[in-house]
Each structure stands twice: as structure tokens, then as C-alpha cells.
Ligand binder design. Structure first.
Ligand code: NAP
Length: 488
């Protein structure tokens, strides 16, 4: 199947750090359909040859096995083309149309890896230039809006030009192998469904901890914050994957319908829950990677008086029959004590304890590791008595772990998130992409938090870089008798 993949923003950070490496790996693995073109678009004064040289210079910086050999790059480079255009200029689109008409590919993917402020103009001009055909797919990167109104405005404009079935909204967490595995475990095995409910599950924690600070993206982050950057999209998508009902089929809309129901069932905020169940923090100076690091307010591009949150912890519930009363905790932040993303499913204790156990309150737990490791650990209790040394003693229990290391089992066959998602776009599979109504519903739930912060102004808790965030986040979960995984 021939394809033309147009990267609007073909010289930008996203294209370089994520998209080109993913496309190259896919090319190397032989999964990228043959006969494709990758067309970079930007305002730089480049042509095909210079664009190839630019991409090569960047691949040359790649370390280890991911770096292409000269021969591999030469073959990959034959796919690369460049169209110089200013996306804000309507006349420029004719040049792109001409390039695409040269060969009339079976699939045309238009990837907007550029400033969101350009999305509206780009969609309008694509339509005006006749570049929207039934063979066209458009890929939108986050952030898609700043709040519900701006999100709706972008989606309305996009949907004036493209149908929902042509729009691929990326949330790269959905492309992570461990998230695919979550779907596979839940809906490909009969074992989990009977226990996946309030009667057996005490609470669920979703934690996305970053060790890095804002790096070079201070200005962007300062106008965004952790709630918009991580919770509204990634964390809520993970929550949907954990909490959704089994879809009636693997069809994209069957899956997205179930995720939407979860978002609609999230407990609505009240002034009381907003003040007790949402903790926001901002990192102060501390240590990371063994070195002293500045606080958020000292980062380049950040307003020295900024009240932007770099940490959020919250508690919510899914109000339906399966989950009524089960707390779902979300925690995410920058400059935390480690880089660690995981989901913890804490099961309830046995209804009637018959064993002596030194493990007061120990229960079963499933940990789904998202990064840096990709795997799943089931924490069970087993016979732990040293019977030879004390024969006849009453049985006691000890923890054992069933460790499913997906990296080791499937290692070389695994594909990265962007690689998987790009292949899905080319193939037209929408399963791992977010529908506009899901996005809007997520904003609807997040907005009262933003409004409360805006109105209140206080409540921003500093935490030293290199820790697990403000102590209030631990206190919040401790009130329910639980603790975050690192503290157990
Ligand atoms: P970036 O480094 O600033 O790159 C922007 C790209 O767009 C450049 O290639 C730039 O090239 C091009 N561009 C800007 N204005 C243009 C115009 N008027 N006409 C034609 N080309 C234009 O931005 P980025 O970090 O790659 O981010 C791109 C998008 O992805 C943003 O929506 C961002 O929020 C999203 N995103 C990025 C990341 C990431 O890790 N970087 C992660 C998630 C989402 P010229 O200036 O040479 O024209």
C-alpha cells in the first residue's frame, strides 16, 4: 500500500526525537509499508537533499543499536522529501498539493507536528486546496486546546474539513506496549474479569513520576502545568483502560464508547472534594541524579512568580455498578524521586483470615509497570514457614511475586509507542486514538479543578526536587488507610 506521510513541522523537536526514529525503526523492522514517501514540511530553506542531510546529521548523534548504518540510512533516506512552505500562507498549499498529486498515493497522512495555533489555518487551507480526499488522514498532537472551549473550537474546525473517522488524535500512552497488554490481559483472559470489581478491589493508583524538570520547555510548561499536560490526557486514558467495561468488539468505536462511559461516570467535583481530594505542588530546589538542581521558579522560561503546578495528586471514583465506592488515585509530577510510571491494583484482604501472618494487612496486588520497565507483577501470599527448622509450627504467609517481564519475553519483537501509532495511522486503525467526545468529556471533568485553582490562588505546596512530592499527597491517601506504592 503506497502512502504519503506529510510531517507539518518536519524539522521540529517532535519530528526529530520521536517521529523520525519511529519511522526508521519501522522501516528497519520491515513493517513500514513499501512504496511510501515521508515529506517534511517547514519554512527552512531546504530541498530533498538538504533535508536528508539534516536528518542524517541527527541520526549520527544516536547512540547504540538504534543508530542506522550508512547503508540502512541511504535506503531510508530515499523515502525522505521536503516541501518548503509557510503554513500561515494560503498560497503555499498549492505547492504541497502539487507534490501530492505527483503520484496519487493510496493513503495520505497529514501529521500536524507543529504549533497548535496553526491547526485551524492548516485545516481550512487543506480544504481550500482540495487536499481532503477520502484517502486523507489527519494526525493531531496534544495539547488540543487549553480548556474545554478551546478544545471544542479546534475539534469543530477540524471536523468541518475532516470526518471523525479521518482524525487520529494522538495520546502516545495508548501506544505503549504495557497499555496494549492491559487491554490484552483484561479482555483476552477469562481470569481477570470476575475479580475486576468493587467486591474484590480496594483501590487503584495511577502514578506517572518524572525525574526530569521542565528542561528546555519551561515557557511551554509554565502555560500548561501538570494537570493539563499529564492528567487531562495520559492519566485519564490509563484510568479508562483500567476501568472500562469489556467492549462488544475490537472495533475502534466500541472501545471508545466504553472509555467515554468511564469519563462520564467520574465523580463530579464539589467544593469539599476539590479542597480535600486534589493536591497541587511545585518543585523547589533539591537534588536530582546526585546533583543539586534549581527549583521550578529558577528554570529558564518560567515566570519567577509562577503558580503553575508541577505536581498533582487526586482521588476520584467511577460512579457505576462495577466501581462504586472504589477510590482511584492519580499522581503525576516533575522532579520526583524517580522516573516511574505504573498502575497499582490493590485487592481486598481475604474475608476470613485463617493464617497467622506477620504481614499485617498484606493483600494481593497487581502492579502494571509502564516505564522504565514494561511488565506486570502479581503479588501473592504463599506458605513462608521454614518447616524443617520449626516442624509443627502454625503456617505463616510470606509474599511472593509472579513477575511477567514483557521486555524479556517479547523483547526484540516489541515496537515503541510512536512506531505502533504511526503504523496504525497508515493502516487506518483508530483503536488507539482519542475521539473528540472523549477529549471533551475529559476537559469537562478537569475544568472545575482549574477553576478552583484560579479562584483560590492558594494551596500550591512546594516540595524539594528529588522527593515524591508534597506530604499532603501522602496524607490524602493515608486518610483512606492506604499509601502510594513507594511508601508501602
Ligand atoms: P518545534 O520544535 O517548535 O517545531 C515546530 C515545527 O513546526 C518546526 O519544524 C517549524 O519549522 C515548523 N513550523 C512552525 N511554524 C511554521 C509555519 N508557519 N509554517 C511551516 N512550518 C512551521 O515544536 P515541537 O516540540 O516539535 O512540537 C510540535 C507539536 O507537537 C506541538 O503541538 C507540541 O505541543 C506537540 N508535542 C511535542 C512534543 C515534543 O516532545 N516535542 C511532545 C508532545 C506533543 P520552521 O520554524 O523552520 O518553519
Amino acid at each position: 500500500m503506497s502512502f504519503d506521510l506529510v510531517l507539518f513541522g518536519g524539522t521540529g523537536d517532535l519530528a526529530w526525537r520521536k517521529l523520525m526514529p519511529a519511522l526508521f525503526q519501522s522501516f528497519r523492522h520491515g513493517t513500514l509499508p513499501e512504496g511510501g514517501r515521508i515529506i517534511g514540511v517547514a519554512r527552512d530553506d531546504l530541498d530533498d537533499a538538504r533535508y536528508r542531510a539534516l536528518i542524517q546529521s541527527r541520526f549520527d548523534q544516536v547512540e547504540g543499536a538504534k543508530r542506522p548504518s550508512a547503508e540502512e540510512f541511504a535506503r531510508f533516506a530515499a523515502l525522505l522529501h521536503f516541501v518548503r512552505m509557510d503554513l500561515s500562507q494560503p498560497a503555499a498549499y498549492a505547492r504541497l498539493a502539487e507534490s501530492l498529486r505527483q503520484r496519487d498515493a493510496a493513503t495520505v497522512v497529514l501529521y500536524l507536528a507543529t504549533a497548535p495555533a496553526l491547526f485551524t489555518t492548516v485545516c481550512e487551507q487543506l480544504a481550500a486546496a482540495g487536499l481532503n480526499t477520502p484517502r486523507t488522514r489527519i494526525v493531531l498532537e496534544k495539547p488540543l486546546g487549553h480548556d474545554m472551549a478551546s478544545n471544542r473550537a479546534i475539534n469543530t474546525t477540524v471536523l468541518q474539513t475532516f470526518s471523525e473517522g479521518q482524525v487520529f488524535r494522538i495520546d502516545h500512552y495508548l501506544g505503549k506496549p504495557s497499555v496494549q497488554n492491559l487491554f490484552a490481559l483484561r479482555f483476552g483472559n477469562a481470569l481477570f474479569e470476575p475479580v475486576w470489581r468493587r467486591e474484590l478491589i480496594a483501590n487503584i493508583q495511577i502514578s506517572i513520576a518524572e525525574e526530569l524538570g521542565v528542561e528546555k520547555r519551561g515557557a511551554f510548561y509554565d502555560s500548561t502545568g501538570a494537570l493539563r499536560d499529564m492528567v487531562q490526557n495520559h492519566a485519564l486514558q490509563l484510568l479508562c483502560a483500567i476501568g472500562m467495561e469489556p467492549p462488544i468488539s475490537a472495533h475502534a468505536d466500541a472501545i471508545r464508547d466504553e472509555k467515554l462511559k468511564v469519563l462520564r461516570s467520574l465523580k463530579r467535583w464539589t467544593p469539599e472534594t476539590l479542597s480535600q481530594h486534589v493536591i497541587r505542588g511545585q518543585y523547589a530546589a533539591g537534588r536530582a541524579g546526585g546533583a543539586a538542581v534549581p527549583g521550578y521558579l529558577g528554570e529558564p522560561g518560567v515566570n519567577p512568580q509562577s503558580t503553575t503546578e508541577t505536581f498533582v495528586a487526586l482521588r476520584t471514583e467511577i460512579e457505576n455498578w462495577r466501581w462504586a465506592g472504589v477510590p482511584f488515585y492519580i499522581r503525576t509530577g516533575k522532579r520526583l524521586a524517580g522516573r516511574d510510571a505504573h498502575i497499582v491494583v490493590n485487592f481486598r484482604p481475604t474475608p476470613h483470615p485463617i493464617f497467622r501472618t506477620p504481614l499485617a494487612g498484606a493483600t494481593n496486588r497487581m502492579v502494571i509497570n509502564l516505564q522504565p520497565r514494561d511488565g506486570l507483577t502479581l503479588h501473592l501470599l504463599a506458605e513462608g514457614q521454614q518447616s524443617r527448622t520449626s516442624p509443627g509450627a502454625a503456617q505463616t504467609l510470606a509474599p511472593v511475586q509472579l513477575d511477567l517481564d514483557f521486555d524479556r519475553r517479547f523483547g526484540s519483537e516489541r515496537v515503541g509507542a510512536y512506531e505502533r501509532l504511526l503504523l496504525d495511522v497508515i493502516a487506518g486503525r483508530l483503536n488507539l486514538f482519542v475521539r473528540s467526545d472523549e477529549q471533551e468529556e475529559a476537559w469537562r471533568w478537569v475544568e472545575p479543578i482549574l477553576d478552583a485553582w484560579h479562584a483560590g490562588g492558594d494551596g500550591l505546596r512546594p516540595y524539594p526536587a528529588g522527593t515524591w512530592g508534597p506530604s499532603a499527597a501522602s496524607a490524602m491517601i493515608a486518610r483512606d488507610g492506604s499509601c502510594w506504592l513507594e511508601e508501602s
